[in-house]
Design a protein around this ligand. Structure first.
Ligand SMILES: Nc1ncnc2c1ncn2[C@@H]1O[C@H](COP(=O)(O)OP(=O)(O)OP(=O)(O)O)[C@@H](O)[C@H]1O
Ligand SMILES: Cc1ncc(COP(=O)(O)O)c(N)n1
Length: 264
């Protein structure tokens, strides 16, 4: 019996094709040898080519799932992904405060790689004012960074300005991911006014479905394992780079990553 098992909760949407959302999160947690739990906010009917439909879970049932998890197996870290409406965001915020959740990573998922919207328009204000301030780190990609900062992001200098703005507004650390820029795949951490870059070569791989979900879950898993934020990001970056290098090729569109690439 392992008494030292670390536990991580993902609060996110289900991806029927298994490459993003809850499924990517749980696979990533398993690859990191932590015990994964899930609170599902929405079902999506999607595959590598796009999102065909979304069925939201009621806020009451999201709350019930959260109560069941926190009253039994306390998570050492929490990752939050797709939260599609303001009521769901409100209930998650209340429960995270009630249960004094720690090591919170928020991936402010707005639009899928395929271009489909995963958040209702009125939810963005609730995200900014309620959920982001509770996070230990938030992990926007470039388009999400543009929405949150109100700035156009085309260069690494733009990333710096945007991350500074988002961090000031939310009062938390920001990892602004550079995967959508053309020449690099460098991510920028803005933490307590300090800037750190996490650099990697750009891998020519069209199969990037779920990279954002995977990275944020890997950060949460490493935080649960006791690493500091910078080390957790560094390890998560190495994991995502390795998974992209693995070159798995499934589906007709932007395919998923091989989350288990390093288990074998
Ligand atoms: N072509 C690439 N080569 C190397 N690393 C990449 C590449 N694309 C993305 N990454 C890395 O993957 C992680 C996720 O970044 P990205 O900016 O793509 O986030 P995202 O947009 O939320 O993810 P997704 O593409 O799943 O929507 C980051 O660490 C980023 O640097
Ligand atoms: C349920 C769910 N959550 C999140 C994403 C975003 O992931 P990506 O931007 O990698 O497609 C997604 N496609 N589906």
């Amino acid at each position: 019996m392992s008494k030292n098992m670390k536990t991580v909760l993902t609060i996110a949407g289900s991806d029927s094709s298994g490459g993003a959302g809850i499924q990517a999160d749980l696979k990533t947690m398993m690859a990191h040898k932590v015990y994964g739990m899930s609170v599902i906010t929405a079902l999506t009917a999607q595959n590598t080519t796009g999102v065909a439909g979304i069925m939201e879970v009621t806020p009451e049932f999201v709350a019930q799932q959260l109560d069941c998890v926190f009253q039994d197996i306390r998570p050492d870290a929490v990752k939050i992904g797709m939260v599609s409406n303001a009521e769901i965001i409100k209930v998650i915020t209340e429960k995270l405060v009630e249960y004094k959740a720690e090591n919170i990573v928020v991936d402010p998922v707005m639009v899928a790689t395929s271009g489909s919207s995963l958040m209702q328009d009125d939810a963005s204000q609730a995200l900014r004012t309620l959920l982001l301030p509770l996070a230990d780190v938030i992990t926007p990609n470039v388009p999400e960074g543009e929405v949150l900062s109100g700035l156009k992001i085309e260069t690494k200098a733009d990333m710096l300005e945007a991350a500074d703005r988002i961090a000031s507004a939310a009062g938390t650390s920001v990892l602004l991911k550079g995967g959508h820029l053309k020449d690099s795949a460098d991510d920028l951490l803005f933490m307590d006014g300090k800037v750190s870059w996490f650099e990697s070569e750009r891998i020519e791989n069209p199969n990037t479905h779920g990279t954002g979900c995977t990275l944020s879950s890997a950060i949460a898993a490493n935080l649960a394992l006791g690493h500091g934020l910078e080390e957790s990001i560094s390890k998560a970056k190495a994991y995502i780079t390795g998974a992209l290098h693995d070159g798995m090729d499934l589906g007709k569109g932007s395919g998923p990553l091989n989350h288990a690439y390093r288990i074998n």
